[in-house]
Design a protein around this ligand. Structure first.
Ligand code: C2E
Ligand code: CA
Ligand code: CA
Ligand code: CA
Length: 280
């Protein structure tokens, strides 16, 4: 670090150095992570609030590291985006999802849907992979409607050619699209119409305080009203209490997802949950 005086900024503190080293190590381990068998896809049920039915789940990545334990996707996804490893990892998430989809779709008589997260990096890479996504669904007796892609608002603010083309080809294949973390970005609502979006996911930061903060409550309500007028369904994220669930049902929110219902769990666990209390 340069500069000597009081109040100077130090850019190279020991902890930053350790952090950089840590990132470097993780990045190199990411290269072999698929082969290592340390990645898991967990699934978190998305519950229809008016019926308690589970016809949807979100696929969420977990890295179970032999020395470091569970590494959060918030740590390793940004690294995987920087290094490009997110592309093969994303393909693997789809394949794991399709493996379970076959079973859960049969259990629910054709109505199951898994949501996968897709980062802008995955959109901006060439499109051959996305054609394969559609054929992979078909080969497994599934249709586009069995898959939903979760994207963030920022992707739609600066859409390049490739991104738009992919979004439209998803729509043509019947694959649905959710806006994740809705309300946290700099929204320009015109994109909701332009890209034929299917779901808005209210960000958990609004759901967290909706019982105590009238403006968060109003915000959730306004999102539901607007979405419904535009023909979109709403999923509330981060539902942790019965009170939140009841308020969401009261304002007409369609789906809830959160620890109140279930944490993200391995496919085997969701499978037994679905077979045990299936009201299908
Ligand atoms: P996200 O898509 O917004 O996922 C929701 C996050 O909220 C998940 O964190 C989930 O475990 C957590 N969550 C669910 N219910 C509750 C709740 O009731 N309370 C609280 N406090 N949290 C709850 P997670 O699994 O750590 O994932 C973090 C982020 O990593 C995701 O945020 C997503 O952006 C990214 N991610 C995860 N898997 C993938 C993937 O396969 N591909 C890509 N591109 N990104 C992924
Ligand atoms: Ca998501
Ligand atoms: Ca989210
Ligand atoms: Ca649509």
């Amino acid at each position: 670090a340069k500069g000597q005086g009081k109040g100077r900024f130090s850019f190279f503190t020991p902890s930053l150095q350790a952090d950089a080293l840590n990132r470097l190590r993780l990045s190199s381990e990411l290269a072999g992570v698929l082969e290592s068998g340390q990645l898991r896809v967990y699934f978190q049920p998305i519950v229809e609030l008016s019926t308690n039915n589970i016809f949807k789940a979100e696929a969420l990545l977990r890295w179970i590291h032999p020395a470091r334990g569970m590494i959060s996707p918030m740590t390793f996804i940004p690294l995987a985006e920087e290094t490009g490893h997110i592309i093969p990892i994303g393909e693997w998430v789809l394949h794991e999802s399709v493996r379970w989809l076959k079973r859960w779709n049969q259990l629910s008589h054709g109505g199951f849907q898994i949501s996968v997260n897709k980062s802008p990096i995955q959109f901006r890479s060439g499109d051959s992979a996305d054609v394969l996504w559609v054929s992979h669904l078909k080969e497994n007796g599934l249709s586009g409607r069995n898959l939903c892609v979760e994207i963030t608002e920022s992707l739609l603010l600066n859409t390049d050619e490739t991104t738009s083309r992919k979004l439209f080809s998803f729509r043509d294949a019947g694959i649905q699209v959710s806006i994740d973390d809705f309300g946290t970005g700099y929204s320009s609502l015109s994109y909701l119409k332009k890209f034929d979006i299917d779901y808005l996911k209210i960000d958990q930061s609004f759901v967290r305080n909706m019982a105590s903060d009238p403006s968060d409550y109003a915000l959730c309500e306004a999102i539901v009203v607007m979405a419904h007028k535009l023909g979109l369904k709403v999923i509330a994220e981060g539902v942790e209490t019965l009170e939140q669930r009841d308020l969401l049902l009261k304002i007409g929110c369609d789906f809830g997802q959160g620890y109140y219902f279930s944490r993200p769990i391995p496919g085997e666990e969701l499978d037994s949950m679905l077979t045990q209390n299936s009201g299908y």
